[in-house]
Write a protein that binds this ligand. Structure first.
Ligand code: ASN
Length: 352
């Protein structure tokens, strides 16, 4: 029954970790460990799991070590499996990615840009405790992720954690160790487990025009020797001299500024002049708020007008993860400056 099979990809993370001499390290043989853990579920819950196959990366990682090259590889693997067929029908009806929690939100955001228009579910999950730990959250998270991945109406990249389903590009790691460890501060939940049944909330999935036909953009992130984008959170006393060393670095092609409140920076002509210089030189600079909730609106205060004049792009209520992965994604593609700016301001996968 391949046509209803879910492909599970284990990339690393605490979920599959085992004790090593210096602490937890990614473990092996995930498939049998995972099936053993799921066999401990009550029979009715086991019976509602979809059929699945498991692939484990040869060198699973702690997700704190993930880079854009890892995002690219995963998207390519999912795209490859997406087109696999068995007797003319798609071999996989959905995908579950098992990932470390530390940078899970970054990977989920990046996958959403690379797998635009996907008409099947890609559900990313992980755990705060390893599979075999007492009271681990891993079996429950995998169970929920598999069940959401089998929902035909879920057609986007989502994160499933602690019984909640969140849009991938709106997800943030919200707690260092609590089981309910992820939040979507600026977009409602896509779904939830209710009485142990996966429920998708109506009209929260991607609009038809953002879904449409699959139009994957598998850009080459490996062309960047190091990150082409820097992340700069303002702090009181930040000077143009300090900002300059990052912003005008020759390798830096984009920046995310995390500014004050509804979109302000200090009214310092040296700062705004520097931003104008960098954006005039073709660097893609965007701004979000340091407040976790709410969008930037840079024309509310005179102190924010300087950002607009300097060519800084408002990133609305995007998460830092979604904004930076989008900058990386746009910079990796053969677009001109105007096209990149226009695409940044357009919601591609419900990220803004
Ligand atoms: N350090 C781990 C990781 O991100 C944390 C986790 O998965 N809970 O791989």
């Amino acid at each position: 029954m391949h046509s209803s099979s879910i492909l599970v990809i284990y990339t690393g993370g605490t979920l599959g970790m085992q004790e090593g001499p210096r602490g937890l390290v990614p473990g092996h043989d995930i498939e049998s460990r995972l099936r053993t853990a799921l066999e401990a579920l009550p029979p009715a819950r086991q019976a509602s799991l979809p059929a699945f196959e498991v692939v484990q990366y040869a060198a699973p990682i702690d997700s704190s070590a993930a880079t854009p090259a890892d995002w690219q590889r995963l998207a390519q693997d999912i795209a490859g499996a997406y087109s696999a067929t068995d007797a003319g029908s798609p071999r996989y009806s959905g995908f579950v990615v098992l990932h470390g929690t530390d940078t899970l939100a970054w990977t989920a955001s990046s996958l959403a840009y690379q797998l635009q228009g996907i008409d099947r579910a890609v559900v990313v999950t992980g755990a705060q405790r390893p599979l075999e730990a007492e009271d681990s959250d891993a079996p429950g998270n995998i169970e929920a992720a598999l069940r959401f991945a089998a929902c035909r109406n879920l057609q986007e990249v989502a994160v499933c954690f602690a019984g909640k389903l969140l849009r991938g590009a709106h997800t943030r790691k919200w707690h260092t160790h609590a089981f309910d460890g992820f939040a979507s501060p600026n977009y409602p939940l896509l779904g939830e487990l209710v009485d142990n049944q996966p429920v998708l909330y109506p009209s929260r999935g991607l609009d038809a025009q953002q879904r449409g036909l699959p139009r994957f953009e598998l850009a080459d992130y490996s062309s960047f020797e190091e990150s082409p984008v820097v992340r700069i959170a303002l702090w009181p006393g930040l000077s143009a001299r300090l900002l300059k060393s990052w912003l005008l670095d020759d390798h830096v092609r984009g920046a995310l500024l995390e500014v004050w409140g509804s979109g302000n920076i200090p009214a310092d002509p040296a700062l705004t002049g520097l931003l104008a210089q960098a954006s005039g030189a073709g660097k893609l600079i965007a701004a979000i708020s340091q407040c976790p909730h709410g969008p930037v609106s840079m024309n509310t205060y005179a102190a924010g007008q300087g950002l607009i004049d300097a060519g800084v792009l408002p990133a609305d209520a995007m998460t830092p993860e979604a904004a930076i992965t989008k900058l990386v994604h746009l910079l990796a593609q053969p677009l001109n400056d105007a096209e990149r700016r226009q695409r940044f301001l357009t919601s591609l996968i419900g990220e803004r």
